[in-house]
Structures are given as structure tokens and as C-alpha cells.
Ligand binder design. Structure first.
Ligand SMILES: [Zn+2]
Length: 104
């Protein structure tokens, strides 16, 4: 399943509910899931990690849908040709001061 198909799948399951809740309320759920992912990363339980990564991706995807953003188009436009700053793959930029995980 590619990014666009995943976003369509999440829309089919949740868009009506999530869109009615709106961006602000849905963002709160997304942030909650990011917190759960953080705790799962510390515990290092593979089954739990898979579930939390899937949840964060699903909430990110539904937020994009509510905001009218095609996640695949956005991701490819920004990262499809390598690092957006140095245009290299792998990135050749100096290490950033804050922990961005490599993304810009
Ligand atoms: Zn770079």
C-alpha cells in the first residue's frame, strides 16, 4: 500500500468523524499518539512499537485529509529528490542543533 492508498483507506474509515471534530481536536489526538509512540520507543516492545507507529501515521494522514493535503504529493515534492536543503541522498548537511531525526 502506498502513501496515497493509505490516506484514502484512513479517509474511508475515519474522515466523517475526524472532519466533524476538526483540525484542532484531531491534532490533540495526534499529539496523544506521538506521546504513546515515545513511551513505546523507551520500552522497546516490537509489537507495541508497530501499533504506535501505525497509529501516528494514521492520525497524521487524517490530519492531512482534514487540511486538504495530499500526503504523498507533499512528501514526494519535498523529499522525492533527496534532502530539501543540500539535494543529496544521503543528506550531506551539517548535523542540526535540535533533534529533528534527519528531516528538515
Ligand atoms: Zn542535507
Amino acid at each position: 500500500m502506498d502513501i496515497r492508498k493509505f490516506q484514502k483507506q484512513i479517509e474511508a474509515i475515519y474522515f466523517a468523524k475526524d472532519n466533524a471534530r476538526g483540525v484542532a481536536g484531531t491534532f490533540m489526538w495526534f499529539a496523544e499518539e506521538v506521546g504513546e509512540l515515545s513511551r513505546a520507543l523507551r520500552r522497546k516492545n516490537d509489537d507495541e512499537l508497530k501499533g504506535e507507529f501505525a497509529d501516528v501515521l494514521a492520525w497524521l494522514s487524517t490530519l492531512a485529509s482534514i487540511a486538504g493535503i495530499d500526503l504523498e504529493e507533499a512528501a514526494v515534492a519535498k523529499y522525492g529528490k533527496g534532502c530539501p536543503r543540500c539535494a543529496k541522498t544521503p543528506c550531506a548537511c551539517a548535523e542540526p542543533k535540535k533533534p529533528t531525526g534527519g528531516a528538515v
